[in-house]
Design a protein around this ligand. Structure first.
Ligand code: URA
Ligand code: SF4
Length: 191
């Protein structure tokens, strides 16, 4: 896992390496039962080299503590490991090519960790997971909060925390979905 993180920090497989300050390999216990997958680093993450440390990270932290789950117990990663920047210097979604270039790293992380539960945050991560496990593409609006069996794991798609940032209804919906996660953990005897 540490060697993989080093390879990611040095990676130049796609053009995103040019503008990055730091790649963000992801972090968490290597035997974590839960793996959260975001989209890609934003400004704060690019600066610190750690996932979900900006505004979206605060939302995620709040949702985790809301169900009594310590952040240190889960693995948090992203579909792409370097920050996608738009022409005006803001954050953007990764392109399909960038996802294709980078997702083998995430594949490998999932193989090494073998989490019981995979929580995808937002569209990009959910699309990646559906494709990886041979499931039909579907919209996050329909899928969120529903547990799907994928191989030895359970996939639980969620909205992206940054989408919920200024939308109270989405935030309420995310809290409900985290409630499902809490119930699932109890059912599986994880926590
Ligand atoms: N948004 C993401 O998708 N990932 C991060 O790490 C931070 C914000
Ligand atoms: Fe490599 Fe992924 Fe960064 Fe592209 S985004 S340079 S593939 S680590």
């Amino acid at each position: 896992m540490e060697r993989l993180a080093e390879a990611i920090r040095r990676c130049r497989k796609c053009p995103l390496h040019r503008a990055r300050n730091r790649a963000v390999p992801g972090e968490g216990p290597h035997d974590a039962a839960i793996f959260f997958i975001g989209e890609g680093p934003g400004r704060a993450e690019d600066r610190e080299g750690r996932p979900f440390v900006g505004r979206a990270g605060k939302v995620l932290d709040g949702l985790l503590s809301g169900i009594g789950l310590e952040r240190a117990r889960v693995f948090i990663g992203n579909v792409v490991k370097c920050r996608p920047i738009d022409a005006r210097g803001g954050d953007r979604r990764p392109t399909e090519e960038e996802v294709k270039a980078c997702s083998p790293y995430l594949d490998k992380q999932l193989e090494l960790i073998r989490p019981r539960i995979i929580c995808t945050l937002g569209d990009t991560a959910t699309r990646y997971a559906l494709k990886r496990y041979g499931l039909a593409p579907s919209r996050i609006r329909e899928l969120h909060g529903r547990a799907l069996r994928v191989g030895d794991s359970i996939l639980l798609p969620m909205f992206h925390p940054s989408a919920a940032l200024y939308r109270a209804r989405l935030m309420a919906s995310m809290r409900e979905d985290f409630g499902r996660l809490r119930a699932l953990l109890s059912d599986l005897g994880i926590a």
